[in-house]
Design a protein around this ligand. Structure first.
Ligand code: SMG
Ligand code: MG
Length: 378
């Protein structure tokens, strides 16, 4: 269902961007590398009526997950995207994507700016993001994404810890050489748990025999086994596997989602607002999948309390029928930049109900993690 009642317009006076570096509670290893610090860009828009809006650009320091990365996003946001929005002056959140459309790509940067405008507009309307999106759930089931560990035994121990905390679904990262034994170890230690794997594009179609061996572990899905633009190869791989393929990196827009579904490259979709250019495009993907009977779930980009609150609202929409990667803040951070970080309650996360994102920024924490800032004015 498209957004029922559009938000009010916001009159933008200023856009403040900050690069933050926030230490992770433990290293996070994927097929493309290990992170120990989350580098992220936080956006604050200031409006003429004095209200603020907050957003988050979920790029990482290096272009390893996708082509976007911090300094590229910083450059395009400060030089092109931010000035284009300020030049417009007054605009509704629903206008942001259209104003930024001439600039090719840079979806994470666009998404962060759109979120800040959405937050400002909804705060001044006194509406929550969840109600604006048409979300129906009050709480959402919480899954956790577990990085590659030293060995399968260490992985089992780490998974055990998350299960003890109450997470209702486990996702483990895999890469060539760290796939079958890792998955087998987790499956045999916890026979009944909802389990899925994420390869972050680490394989090629030549690995189909190995990937087909994952079928015996009764996985919910295998996420993004092949490269971002390997849509036809994903469709060919799908023919070889019983395990459903779920695309992440490849789904960069609603159109990409439609194409991948039409080609049989994916039967489940991971929706991440940053990857697709914003929460409004994310809603379009939700809507098309719901109409097509395709299950979706909300992915994560190690968001701070800003993006995590927005993800909880998105994941509360009715088409999100699988648990997502919206975990508690403390899964990644000892200290977050919001006053009441997301917590896990009986395996679930509460959907914020306050105006806008429904979070208050912890100014002191924000300041302590800031390593660069810029202010753009009208
Ligand atoms: O936010 O819980 C989270 C992270 C979930 O695994 C996660 N994200 O490919 O799905 C994915 C990865 C992308 C980030 S990897 C550094
Ligand atoms: Mg993924």
């Amino acid at each position: 269902m498209p957004i029922a009642t559009p938000a009010a317009s916001a009159s933008l006076d200023e856009i403040e961007l900050r690069v933050l570096q926030i230490p992770l509670v433990s290293p996070f290893t994927t097929s493309f590398g290990t992170e120990t610090v989350r580098e992220v860009i936080v956006v604050r828009v200031r409006t003429a009526d004095g209200g603020d809006g907050w957003g988050e650009i979920v790029t990482q320091q290096a272009p390893l997950y996708s082509s976007e990365y911090t300094q590229g996003a910083w450059d395009v946001a400060t030089r092109w995207l931010g000035p284009a929005l300020l030049e417009r002056g007054t605009l509704a959140p629903e206008d942001v994507a259209r104003v930024l459309e001439p600039f090719v790509g840079h979806r994470m940067a666009k998404a962060g700016l759109e979120l800040a405008v959405l937050d400002a507009a909804l705060r001044s309307d006194g509406r929550s993001l969840a109600s604006y999106l048409g979300a129906t759930a009050k709480t959402i089931p919480s899954g956790v994404s577990v990085g590659i560990q030293a060995d399968p035994a260490a992985l089992v121990e780490t998974v055990q810890g998350y299960l003890a905390e109450g997470y209702v679904r486990i996702k483990i990262k895999i890469r060539p050489g760290r796939d079958l034994a890792d998955t087998a170890a987790v499956r045999s230690a916890f026979p009944g748990i909802p389990l899925q794997v994420d390869a972050n594009s680490a394989y090629t179609l030549a690995d189909a025999d190995t990937l087909a061996q994952l079928d015996r572990f009764d996985l919910l899905l295998i996420e993004q086994p092949l490269q971002e633009d390997d849509i036809v190869d994903h469709a060919a791989l799908a023919q070889r596997l019983r395990t459903p393929i779920c695309l992440d990196e490849s789904i960069t827009s609603a159109k990409a989602a439609r194409d991948a579904l039409a080609l049989g490259a994916t039967t489940v979709i991971n929706i991440k607002a940053g990857r697709v250019g914003g929460y409004l495009e994310a809603v379009r993907i939700h809507d098309l999948c719901r109409d097509a009977g395709i299950p979706v779930w909300c992915g994560g980009m190690l968001e701070t309390g800003i993006g995590r609150a927005a993800n909880a609202a998105l994941a509360a929409m009715p088409g999100f029928t699988l648990p997502g990667d919206v975990s508690a803040s403390d899964r990644f951070y000892a200290r977050d930049i919001v006053a009441s970080p997301v917590v896990l309650e009986d395996g679930h996360v509460r959907v914020p109900t306050g105006p806008g994102l429904g979070v208050e920024i912890d100014a002191e924490a924000l300041e302590s993690f800031t390593v660069a800032r810029a202010t753009l004015r009208r």
